[in-house]
Write a protein that binds this ligand. Sequence first.
Ligand SMILES: *Cc1c(COP(=O)(O)O)cnc(C)c1O
Length: 426
Amino acid sequence: MSNYKIETKCIQSGYEPQNGEPRVLPIYQSTTFKYSTSDQMGRLFDLEDSGYFYTRLQNPTNDAVAAKICDLEGGVAAMLTSSGQAANFYAIMNIAEKGDHIVCASALYGGTYNLFAHTIKKMGVDATFVDPDCSEEELNAVFQENTKAVFGESIANPALVVLDFEKFAEAAHAHGVPFIVDNTFATPINCRPFEWGVDIITHSTTKYMDGHATCVGGAIVDSGNFDWEAHAEKFPGLTTPDETYHGIIYTQKFGKGAYITKATSQLMRDLGSIQSPQNAFLLNLGLETLHLRMPRHCENALTVAKYLQSHEKVAWVNYPGLEGDKYYDLAQKYMPNGTCGVLTFGLKGGRDASVKMMDSLKMVAIVTHVADARSCVLHPASHTHRQMNEQELIEAGVQPDLIRFSVGLENAEDIIADVRQALEQV
Ligand SMILES: *Cc1c(COP(=O)(O)O)cnc(C)c1O
């Protein structure tokens, strides 16, 4: 599969039916799988054989879709999760535990910020947030003896900061830890983080991958490039015996598959955040057109960004695909074919004008979502980032007047007509 171009992978990867089998990936709507002998089943529990036995651990529909996402990102192993939140949680907790520390770029999705700043902190894992535009010296200064990972978003939601992959990868590797990137907004169509030193990729498949706002889901993909054994003392969970599996050592037994196998066989076994096979089936339908949808999202977003920029009532527009944007150069380097369909802007009248404009939109809806076929808006300061104080908002790159606009796949002229009439109401 891996030699095909990415457009072909969107359609063909992950599922290869044999003679007489369904042409379309079936939904294996079964919690369990049948074996003839007790010994066959026992070997699965010892991780001696690979095979299906219970859908919480593995399911053929999910595995096919995970394999497709793995191929799209150019990884060696992948897993689906019930949500993007679960993907980011597992990605960290697979290698960090009580007493450990992670380094994060501060421009993050609100849910991820809460997860890292508060929830995993209660579990004993501390996070230090750094300005994504910090200098190398500032970045290197935040590492600690117990740092286990570096985390960032390829295009931050909603700050639209494009991450300087090479700067973060270099710092992570100089300190012997993997670099994890949430590639939700750019998608593998527009950005290939593994080619820039990223070790592990996470996704909220809820967004462009599904693309139709039908299912919440997530994914984790491992490049297989991080050498856990070279830093064995930092990652005992991967490099020393797992007593819950009769003392197997993940790196020795599974090589490049160690990280994902551990996440599946420990975290998924114990925490259980699986994606339902039904949702994986729908996600797969979305993936089949990802390569067609992303360019149109980007084209429409650029058209809307230019329109807003030229409007007298608009104070500012952020869109990394827009020439002159603070992140335009980084976007050109890391995602030259396009960024995403999301842009942000603020009005000269400030927070109140922004709310009035949003309330005046007719086709473009106010919803807590981004990155699906239908255009929508959200006011992060009153919605997704509502729990943050002013200082935290600014650190996360969210100005109080910021409107997040997820530009859909409608005709751009219709989107602009709606925006125009709403701005007239302000
Ligand atoms: C939405 C989102 C998440 C969380 O994903 P869910 O599927 O909603 O749990 C994580 N990261 C980014 C960048 C997101 O946009």
